[in-house]
Design a binder for this molecule. Structure first.
Ligand code: NAD
Ligand code: GDC
Length: 394
């Protein structure tokens, strides 16, 4: 394959930044787009054409999508408003809004006649009933249906991956979809509230080491299980899947299952310390167990993600350690756990995920204030004045 023009949305984020590096190194022309201003991108590649910020890089805007896709050979749709459990459980509306980005990017890619469209889906599309036990049977691709995905984020992903299928069937778009299982590595989110467990645990262990306060807060009881995929496996898998004949959504994840307690063991071992563990049982926990069944990817590609968790964690830990110590001291280390986003969503009764939701008596209790409850009235005077003004304008 010769030199290609490649578009990466979410290029200022974790996976997008690594993917751009990979394609630039291979000699391709790369365009990165991200809604964040350039100085907030995790990696800025000078060799790429960078579309940054609300005016040039917001892929909810169809005009932006058209501009970046014009003349492109391949599009990698990674842009999403997302994060770990702490973010997606509390910001379901924001997660669902990524549907605008996915819709406009797939339309623009179709219009530009691209050769390949890659969509980053998630293991969060899988049916919650199949993930109730920490000793989980690994998730097969067929386990997404009948649908009971993660509320908000997972529903949006399931919808968008289905949109890829229909664009392929009806319009002939060469769409490829991978369901990522928890990805980690250097140059990813490690604080602020959107970080996932591997980065969060590294940061907490580092904070304990730096501050000398040898304690750690773990969300849930630590028995919940996951598999974690190192970033190099992720970018390798994306490239292979995109250029394959795999038409249905496929797992892209590690099958090395660990409990969160074991993940903490690994981080402690790397740091060379032992911490007193405190379990926060009311924190966002997500599913009880999740692992990737890699039968299909092995059949198709004769490969599966294979970087050992211990090795990937060591590289991640060392990178976060550098970031952490450049920003915090022993005295300020505790500030690293402050979350910078506000809670938007409330648990929905019966959604199968929030333990809190089981105690709710009516569906209305799950709806944010001002929605479905008593209407928020404008002060009488202002209401009268604006009615008068409106009449005068008519
Ligand atoms: P990330 O948050 O680091 O990167 C996503 C980027 O998208 C961010 O930089 C963000 O600013 C950008 N973005 C958000 N809204 C945008 C918009 N309207 N226009 C342009 N850019 C916008 O996340 P990541 O880990 O790199 O994830 C990349 C993709 O992979 C996402 O679609 C995510 O849902 C998916 N995914 C990631 C994981 C994981 O564990 N990291 C797991 C499953 C799926
Ligand atoms: O956030 P996450 O990595 O997402 O959490 C994994 C488990 O680790 C959860 O049970 C969580 O309660 C626990 N945990 C313990 N302590 C902490 O300090 C912490 N921070 C975090 N974040 N978690 C902690 C993810 C989604 C992604 C993506 C992948 C796909 O779900 O958040 O957006 O789509 O799944 O696999 P996780 O694995 O539940």
């Amino acid at each position: 394959m010769g030199k290609r023009v490649i578009v990466i949305t979410g290029g200022g984020g974790f996976i997008g930044g690594h993917l751009a590096a990979k394609f630039l190194a291979a000699g391709h022309e790369v365009r990165c787009a991200d809604i964040k201003p350039l100085d907030e991108w995790y990696q800025v590649h000078r060799g790429a054409k960078n579309f940054a910020g609300a005016m040039r890089g917001d892929c909810r805007d169809f005009k932006v999508c058209r501009t970046i896709c014009r003349g492109a050979d391949e599009v990698y749709q990674l842009a999403a408003d997302m994060g770990g459990m702490g973010f997606i459980e509390n910001n379901k509306a924001l997660c669902m809004l990524s549907v605008l980005t996915n819709t406009h990017m797939i339309l623009a890619a179709q219009e530009a006649g691209v050769d390949r469209f890659f969509y980053a889906s998630s293991a969060c599309v899988y049916n919650a009933d199949k993930q109730k036990d920490p000793n989980i049977t690994a998730l097969k691709e067929a386990d997404a249906y009948p649908a009971l995905p993660e509320d908000g984020y997972g529903w949006e992903k399931l919808f968008s991956e289905r949109m890829c299928r229909h664009f392929r069937e009806d319009f002939g778009l060469h769409a490829r979809v991978a369901r990522f299982h928890n990805v980690y590595g250097p140059h990813g989110t490690w604080e602020g509230g959107r970080e996932k467990a591997p980065a969060a645990i590294c940061r907490k262990v580092i904070a304990a080491k730096v501050s000398g306060k040898h304690e750690i807060e773990i969300w849930g009881d630590g028995t919940q299980t996951r598999s974690f995929m190192f970033i190099d496996d992720c970018t390798k898998g994306i490239e292979m899947i995109t250029h394959s004949d795999i038409l249905e959504p496929i797992n892209l994840g590690s099958s090395e299952l660990v409990s969160i307690n074991q993940l903490v063991d690994i981080a402690e071992d790397i740091a060379g310390i032992k911490l007193e563990r405190h379990y926060k049982l009311d924190a966002p926990r997500g599913v009880a167990g999740r692992n990737s069944d890699n039968t299909k990817i092995n059949q198709y590609l004769n490969w599966e993600p294979n970087i050992r968790l211990r090795d990937g964690m060591e590289r991640t830990f060392n990178w976060i350690y550098e970031q952490f110590t450049a920003k915090y001291t022993a005295k300020t280390a505790h500030k690293s756990s402050v979350s910078t986003f506000t809670k938007g969503s409330h648990p929905i009764p019966g959604d199968g995920f929030n333990p809190e939701s089981k105690n709710m008596k009516t569906w209305k209790q799950g709806i944010p204030a001002g929605w479905g409850g008593a209407p928020v009235k404008a002060p009488a005077k202002t209401a009268k004045k604006s009615a008068k003004k409106a009449r005068a304008r008519r």
